[in-house]
Ligand binder design. Structure first.
Ligand code: B3K
Ligand code: ZN
Length: 868
């Protein structure tokens, strides 16, 4: 298929003012009658030429097409695989189409589909065309009215966007409901639900005194797992008023949780549809991380109501306009409601684990892509997380107040419109006076810029200079980026030098910045708070890093210093192991870890937990030209084992001291203590000692919450051979206990698929046949298969067994659900970083995918890029 290009964008030939949908759910399918008020788009060059009407549709059985009440003969229109074309239409007309769709057969989970408790929709990006003929593009915004008809006993809940304006009974035990959305919206924000669900209700009083009715709909019996999501919703609504002056514009805000969902959640206007994973929580079934993720995702979808819905995207190339901005907003909300220091560390950890590899591999694309084959492949870490970093840099460059003024200006200019990333930046520029011309490179170019820093100190002149050089080999040219680099200087005692903390604006390829009145050669702390998404090289000595780890008050850069130290050691050890030598672990590193561990009260348990967590294998792999996954794995685990032995007493003491003192609450403070205690448990279990296994077993058996229970299970699931019986017993018990809780079963699958044990592939293969696994449920696929695909040492097994297994799973899945299959295919992205033997196996697997008959456009695009 031919790529779709940003450069080819043209405005729609026809606009649609209003949409009336009549949706009749029947045993032999759902009949959708759509009445569209269409009008030629006067603002376009084509308007004068009476252009044909071309609508999008997919898998629609067309029963009738009528213009202004006249049913058209089949000769008056043309239907092909993806479009309905009517050659001549008036400048203004009413189009009525009647189609039948088969939601029960819709395994793609895009459009209108069946899940356990009823029928649900997912329309972003292009699912609405699977419901009815429409101009399925975000710059066509219409007012929707929807009437649903269905069996009342089976589907008592009938929902759509907006406000309920009518309902009643119909013949044969059926009923109907009519919903009217007062806001015009693009069709990707359309949603409807017909299901049997329980509901938790609440209200929110907005700043201006309006009352919003809140409702969370879930599978019957799960109401006791909804209160946390409801609290998160109310907190988000209050936060957006405080921070951005943005008030909820709706009378009804509904969240519906569904167990079969391709991604996390969807911000449909007034009717969010969520993966159960981001709604359901109770201390015994959800971990601290789950609770926090629910906060973030509920907030994210709520924030979209302004950044995405009120102001939407002109076309899908602008996806980061809403996603980057909304991720930035949910990050800020998370930082304000949990722990800002740790939030930033986790954001960067995630960026390095997913976005940096993406930007260095075959799927590298700009924050605003210039072309795509399948848009669903571009809901990526680059569009979302790098996009959020770009928005964060805008705030860094102009300051928080001007950023807020820029947001106000953005809504003042564009409320109700479908716009571009340029429009957003123009509003920021107007509010701040800042010239973003050079900055736009961040939206335009793929790849992670590499910044190399060097320093010089002139004792005579008391002058310190920092020289930065930037390069991005993935970019289309050598022009420099505008890169904000936050810097502080420290003296040899670890005192921050007053008056020297600055944000440097790097605008040239090579640029020098001077600091005057510096009494002695300082230690620079570069890129504080990760002020730009770049790779930064500076020839730090271990002593300098140890100093920063201990003394830097910016928590991100303190953590970063520790990560740099650990990275250096692990990479050296990897080379040593590959060469048949034993790694050496310097005492200074152990001492630094000891200081962290014994000082957690002062530095915060959550921070210390992050600081004692070594960089992940995928992140480390990016730093190597050719990855030997076995050596890397052995090196990283060797360092863990070394710390476990050297700091055994300290880990045990912290573990004991951090024992819970009261009932569980998912608060930031408690979560931080649990995180550190469970980091300690993990280290302690690196030792082959019965007492350590017993400790993990005791924690597993005694935990009153999923965080501690699962941490013990995970530690056991990774434990050495001697712990095998304890491991198997815990896994069996866990499944026995939780087999009725789908989301907990996902954890059980994931912990086995992510295990470092050598027979993990065999376990995963066996689990694909287990009753707990279901290839048609995305959560199960992600838990078992994607977790395995991210298990660096096991997926990239030297004999290619991981690749061959994966290719077969992708083929089986692609026939049902190309979006999910395509996400699995991304696990091959970095195949060229491995040795020739592995590459040959990976190539064979990718070629077998490429040659697979009927391969989807989704997987095809990923495989084609990977094979390059
Ligand atoms: N906007 C949705 C993404 C839907 C993607 C469909 N392939 C979720 C979100 O970012 O909030
Ligand atoms: Zn989003």
């Amino acid at each position: 298929p031919a790529p779709i290009l940003l450069a080819d964008y043209t405005p729609p030939a026809y606009l649609i003012d209003t949409v009336h949908l009549d949706v009749d759910l029947r045993a032999d399918g759902t009949v959708v009658t759509a009445t569209l008020a269409c009008v030629r788009n006067a603002g376009t060059a084509a308007a004068a030429t009476n252009p044909p009407l071309v609508l999008d549709g997919e898998e629609l059985e067309t029963l009738e097409v009528a213009v202004d009440g006249q049913v058209l003969p089949a000769s008056a229109y043309r239907i092909d695989a993806e479009t309905l074309t009517i050659a001549t239409v008036p400048a203004r007309f009413t189009l009525r189409t009647k189609v039948r769709i088969q939601p029960d057969a819709n395994t793609q989970l895009s459009g209108f589909y069946r899940s356990k408790d009823g029928y649900f929709t997912q329309c972003e990006a292009q699912g609405f065309r699977r419901i009815t003929w429409f101009a399925d593009r975000p710059d066509v915004m219409a007012r929707f009215t929807v009437t649903l008809h269905a069996d009342k006993a089976a589907y008592p809940v009938l929902l759509a966007n907006g406000n309920p304006v009518g309902q009643g009974d119909e013949a044969d035990g059926r009923h109907y409901a009519t919903w009217e959305d007062p806001f015009k919206k693009p069709c990707y924000l359309f949603a409807m639900v017909a299901a049997k669900l329980d509901v938790l209700r609440d209200t929110f009083a907005t700043a201006s005194g309006r009352t919003v009715q809140l409702a969370i709909y879930v599978e019957p019996g799960k109401l006791d797992q909804c209160p946390h999501a409801m609290e998160a919703l109310k907190k988000s609504m209050a936060w957006d008023e405080r921070r951005f002056g943005l008030e909820c514009d709706l009378d009804h805000y509904m969240i519906v949780a569904v167990g079969d969902f391709n991604m996390g959640a969807m911000e449909n206007k007034g009717l969010n549809i969520f993966n159960t994973k981001y709604v359901l929580a109770r201390p015994d079934v959800a971990t601290d991380v789950d609770f926090e993720n629910i906060d973030r995702v509920v907030a994210h979808e709520y924030f979209h109501n302004w950044t995405g819905n009120r102001v939407t995207c002109r076309d899908w190339f602008q996806l980061s306009l809403k996603e980057g901005l909304t991720v930035f907003r949910d990050q800020e909300f998370g930082a304000d409601t949990h722990n800002r220091d740790v939030a930033r560390i986790r954001e960067v950890r995630g960026l390095r684990a997913a976005q940096f590899p993406e930007d260095a591999g075959p799927m590298a694309h700009p924050v605003r892509p210039a072309s795509y084959i399948e848009i669903n492949n571009f809901y990526t870490a680059t569009v979302y997380e790098k996009g959020a970093e770009v928005v964060r840099m805008i705030q860094t460059l102009i300051g928080r107040e001007a950023f807020r003024a820029g947001m106000d200006e953005y809504f003042r200019r564009h409320d109700g419109q479908a716009v571009t990333c340029d429009d957003f930046v123009a509003a920021m520029s107007a509010a701040s006076g800042f010239d973003f011309t050079q900055f736009m490179r961040w939206y335009r170019e793929p790849g992670t810029p590499r910044v190399t820093a060097a320093s010089a100190y002139d004792a005579q002149a008391r002058r310190y200079t920092l020289t930065f050089t930037q390069a991005n080999p993935k970019a289309s040219d050598n022009a420099p980026y505008l890169i904000p680099i936050r810097v502080a200087l420290f003296d040899a005692q670890g005192q921050e030098l007053e008056g020297h903390s600055r944000t440097l604006l790097l605008t040239e390829t090579t640029q020098t910045f001077a600091f005057d009145n510096v009494a002695s050669a300082p230690v620079p702390s570069l890129l504080r708070d990760f002020s730009a998404p770049v790779l930064l090289d500076y020839p730090y000595t271990p002593a300098e890093l140890t100093l920063l780890l201990a003394a830097e008050s910016d928590p991100f850069n303190a953590w970063e210093a520790g990560q740099r130290l650990a990275t250096g050691l692990i990479l050296e050890a990897t080379a040593a192991i590959a060469a048949g030598r034993a790694p050496v672990w310097p005492e200074s590193f152990t001492a630094a870890a000891r200081t962290l561990l014994t000082g957690y009260e002062a530095r915060g348990a959550a921070f210390v937990a992050e600081a004692l967590t070594l960089p992940g294998e995928a992140t480390l792999a990016e730093l190597l030209d050719e990855v030997n996954p076995d050596a890397l794995h052995a090196a990283r685990n060797g360092l863990r084992r070394h710390l476990a032995e050297a700091l055994h007493a300290e880990f045990a003491a912290a573990y004991a001291a951090l024992a819970p003192t009261g009932p569980y609450a998912p608060s930031a403070d408690q979560a931080g203590r649990r995180a550190l205690r469970n980091v300690c448990l993990g280290y302690l279990l690196e030792r082959d000692a019965p007492a350590e296994r017993q400790r993990a077993q005791d924690q597993y058996a005694g935990a009153d919450n999923m965080t501690d229970q699962f941490a013990a299970l995970a530690a056991l699931a990774n434990a050495n051979a001697a712990a095998r019986p304890a491991r198997e017993a815990a896994l069996a018990d866990f499944y026995q206990r939780w087999q009725g809780e789908a989301l907990v079963v996902d954890k059980w699958l994931a912990v086995q698929a992510g295990s470092r044990l050598p027979d993990t592939l065999a376990t995963v293969q066996r689990l694909t046949a287990h009753p707990a696994f279901d290839l048609s449920n995305p959560n199960k696929v992600y838990a078992l298969l994607r977790t395995f695909g991210a298990n660096l040492v096991r997926f990239h097994a030297a004999d290619g067994s991981g690749y061959a297994f994966f290719a077969e799973q992708i083929k089986a899945l692609d026939a049902r659900n190309p979006q999910v299959a395509s996400r699995l295919a991304r696990c091959f992205d970095r195949w060229k970083k491995f040795d020739a033997g592995r590459q040959a196996h990976a190539r064979a697997a990718l070629e077998s995918l490429r040659d697979h008959p009927g391969l989807s456009r989704d997987v095809g695009e990923i495989v084609m890029r990977a094979l390059g």
